[in-house]
Design a protein around this ligand. Structure first.
Ligand SMILES: NC(=O)c1ccc[n+]([C@@H]2O[C@H](COP(=O)([O-])OP(=O)(O)OC[C@H]3O[C@@H](n4cnc5c(N)ncnc54)[C@H](OP(=O)(O)O)[C@@H]3O)[C@@H](O)[C@H]2O)c1
Length: 207
């Protein structure tokens, strides 16, 4: 398979990339040094870029070429009470989750039968005080995918939303570290791949 992992420099993306090393692998992230090191270790092609930037996103997705599997393991987290949530924080959160996903889908060349995978959260875990911006971004992503799925199905392309529990990655760094009981990223990645590569492909996978 031709596989592109977006967010490969992150905890989940890196674990997914390690499990997919047998495939023709394209890896993306913003930080080019760790991205290059990972690509070298796994024999993949590094495609650095900021996916909120349409020009960078288009260029890197065109360079990746036709894909059988796209994994969008991209995002940021942050906690702030509503009255301290600036416009920048809210827009940044929406951009990191929704706009990056939109650019990925807009510019990816997914082959017939191809799958594109996006990561959401369980609403009851994130629709809680302090997480309005993150919860809004994940809710928007889910709604976007529900409509886009129906559109891309006509091309034989499957969109999959994965709802993850807490996974012990760097996403939690701004929140003071992962909660007790968070899944190791390797275990989460194994469960994700087992589920998203199943036949028929699921629309929503709950890990
Ligand atoms: N960890 C959890 O508990 C958990 C739970 C539910 C859902 N999720 C979702 O799972 C996905 C992966 O999260 P993770 O835990 O692996 O987080 P992570 O370790 O913080 O990794 C996030 C990745 O996103 C990349 N990224 C962020 N903004 C970007 C942008 N504008 N353009 C390109 N790349 C960008 C980062 O790249 P650089 O590091 O190179 O900047 C990094 O590779 C996210 O969507 C997250 O919301 C995670």
């Amino acid at each position: 398979m031709r596989v592109l992992v977006l967010g490969a420099t992150g905890g989940l993306g890196s674990a997914l990339a390690h499990l997919l090393r047998e495939h023709t692998l394209f890896l993306s992230g913003r930080r080019s040094l760790p991205l290059r090191e990972l690509a070298e270790a796994l024999g993949g092609t590094p495609l650095p870029g900021d996916l909120t930037d349409a020009i960078e996103a288009k260029a890197l997705l065109e360079e990746a070429g036709p894909l059988d599997l796209l994994l969008h393991a991209v995002g940021v987290a942050g906690r702030a009470p509503v009255r301290e949530t600036s416009r920048e924080l809210l827009e940044g959160m929406l951009s990191a989750h929704l706009l990056t996903a939109h650019h990925a889908l807009r510019y990816a060349r997914l082959q017939q039968g191809g799958r594109a995978v996006f990561f959401g959260a369980y609403p009851t875990y994130v629709r809680v005080p302090g997480f309005a911006a993150y919860a809004a971004a994940k809710g928007a992503l889910e709604a976007y995918l529900e409509a886009a799925r129906k559109e891309l199905r006509r091309e034989g392309v499957h969109l999959i939303l994965v709802r993850l529990p807490a996974v012990a990655t760097g996403l939690w760094a701004p929140l003071g570290g992962p909660p007790k009981g968070a899944l190791p990223p390797e275990e989460a990645a194994r469960k994700v791949l087992e589920g998203v590569l199943a036949e028929p492909p699921p629309e929503v996978l709950e890990v």
